[in-house]
Design a protein around this ligand. Structure first.
Ligand code: PLP
Ligand code: ZN
Length: 458
């Protein structure tokens, strides 16, 4: 088992270590198995720091060999895209306590036809929604629930895990907790998530609470529950989630045989994911696997754009806002928890922040769907940012561009159904492809088919 990098029966390799530390620089290190969400000294967010000297002792050639050997293997737990990079993600959980559904290793979709339409050949969509619960949230949740499982095995009293959610975090938490047999509680903004998102935690047996508020309102309550009642908080304020999610950038680079694309574009709401993407890429550079960084664009819905507004001031000013209703409901967040983390990453990458109106989001989704994709609205937000950066000339025609698709479109069919029925409130539905209802008569069916073939030819 030379490629595995483990040397003990439990799977924990003592030559790697990591700990929580404060993101604003307070002294102190805390074990990942402490129940800790914020710095005990300044209440700032924590980050997981690793002993990077140990990474350097392995060296880039050996890292590549390990990561490649493990990809798509069945050996527990390396078949997971997250646990296949275990040493640099979370080397403190024993094999038996890993809670994994072999998440990660999602495919890169070469958007040939869509790219040709917009004038860029080298366009790829990282389909993070092709995963157990249909969104990238699985990447972070496997790490968080595994650490909880480790803590419970060590005898810590953690009665349950809980999160506030715009719909995808709750689906992931409910599934991973159910898999591990840990009670889960999810707090959702009533009537602000899709039917698919609501039925996921219900099916997985989570205690599902719909509150008459928005995501930010749910977030306040769940933090209070965590602080006062000892229930473990699973929101991305918890930096364990970031450790799993950071593999998305590492994986993109690995999928291109360790070549860095010129651009990576990602939608942002609570801003954990853009922070995670940046952290992973910076660490890949520390490991010696890459020597330059891609350009980053974080894309927001115009109706939930506090980061965009701050970007316009060069991140000098920042004001939480009340997020307005947007089709991109998973990023309908006015007071992003990871704002500071994201700004640090965007400054490091000299990143761009872009925004998208509702009409722009829908148009981008519909256009791309017509070339074989099946996008969620958040991916639409990122596609709009891509098109704007291409039109401005920031992205040049020969660049390789990766758009991170954050969820599977099947979780968000309501707006597509309404669009194609020309019944989407406030949106022009010029590209609607309505179903044709016919009597079962040969001549009628035949006429309809050839009429439509002609119409599509233009
Ligand atoms: C959570 C989520 C996002 C936003 O990620 P953040 O870390 O909150 O910025 C985007 N798209 C989808 C589908 C999500 O579930
Ligand atoms: Zn601190």
């Amino acid at each position: 088992m030379t490629a595995s990098g483990t040397n003990s029966a439990s799977g924990v390799d003592g030559s790697f270590s990591c700990w929580f530390e404060c993101t604003t620089g307070c002294a102190g290190r805390w074990p990942l198995t402490d129940v800790l969400y914020r710095c005990p000294k300044c209440s700032g967010l924590l980050t997981v720091a690793h002993d990077q000297a140990a990474w350097k002792r392995v060296g880039p050639a050996e890292w590549k060999a390990r990561f490649e050997a493990r990809a798509h293997a069945t050996e527990w737990p390396f078949g997971s895209g997250v646990w296949g990079k275990r040493e640099v993600v979370c080397p403190v959980v024993a094999d038996d306590n890993v809670v994994s559904m072999f998440e990660g290793h999602t495919n890169l979709f070469w958007a040939r036809r869509y790219g040709a339409q917009v004038g860029l050949e080298d366009l790829w969509i990282k389909l993070c929604g092709n995963t157990h619960t249909g969104s990238f949230k699985d990447l972070g949740m496997t790490v968080l629930v595994s650490v909880v499982s480790q803590m419970r095995a060590e005898g810590k009293n953690i009665p349950a895990v809980a999160c506030a959610s715009t719909g995808d975090t709750s689906a992931a938490l409910a599934a991973y907790a159910a898999y591990a047999g840990i009670p889960a509680i999810v707090l959702l903004p009533r009537d602000k998530i899709s039917t698919a998102q609501l039925i996921q935690p219900i099916s997985n047996g989570a205690i599902t609470l719909s509150l008459e508020t928005d995501f930010d309102g749910c977030m306040k309550i769940v933090q209070e529950i965590a602080e006062r009642d000892g229930i473990y908080l699973a929101n991305s304020m918890n930096s364990l989630r970031i450790e799993g999610q950071k593999t998305v950038g590492m994986e993109i680079v690995q999928q291109f045989d360790w070549e860095v694309p010129e651009w990576i574009i990602i939608p942002g709401g609570n801003l954990g994911n853009v922070s995670a993407l940046g952290k992973g890429l910076l660490e890949l550079r520390e490991m010696g696997l890459i020597d330059r960084l891609p350009n980053l664009i974080c894309a927001q819905a115009e109706r939930a754009n506090p980061l965009y507004r701050s970007y316009l001031t060069g991140f000098e000013q920042y004001q939480p806002i009340e997020a307005q209703t947007t089709l991109a409901n998973a990023i309908q967040i006015g007071n992003p928890v990871s704002y500071q983390r994201a700004v640090r990453v965007l400054k490091e990458f000299d990143g761009i922040v872009e925004q998208a109106t509702e009409q722009e989001i829908v148009d981008a989704v519909v256009e791309a769907d017509a070339t074989g994709l099946f996008n969620c609205p958040h991916t639409g937000v990122a596609l709009v940012a891509f098109k704007k950066a291409l039109a401005r000339g920031d992205i040049s025609r020969n660049d390789r561009v990766v758009v991170v698709s954050t969820a599977h479109g099947l979780k968000f069919t309501d707006f597509k159904v309404n669009y194609h029925r020309r019944a989407l409130d406030g949106i022009r539905c010029d590209g609607a492809n309505s179903e044709i209802v016919l009597a079962p008569r040969y001549q009628d069916v035949r006429d309809a088919i050839f009429r439509e073939i002609d119409r599509r030819r233009g």
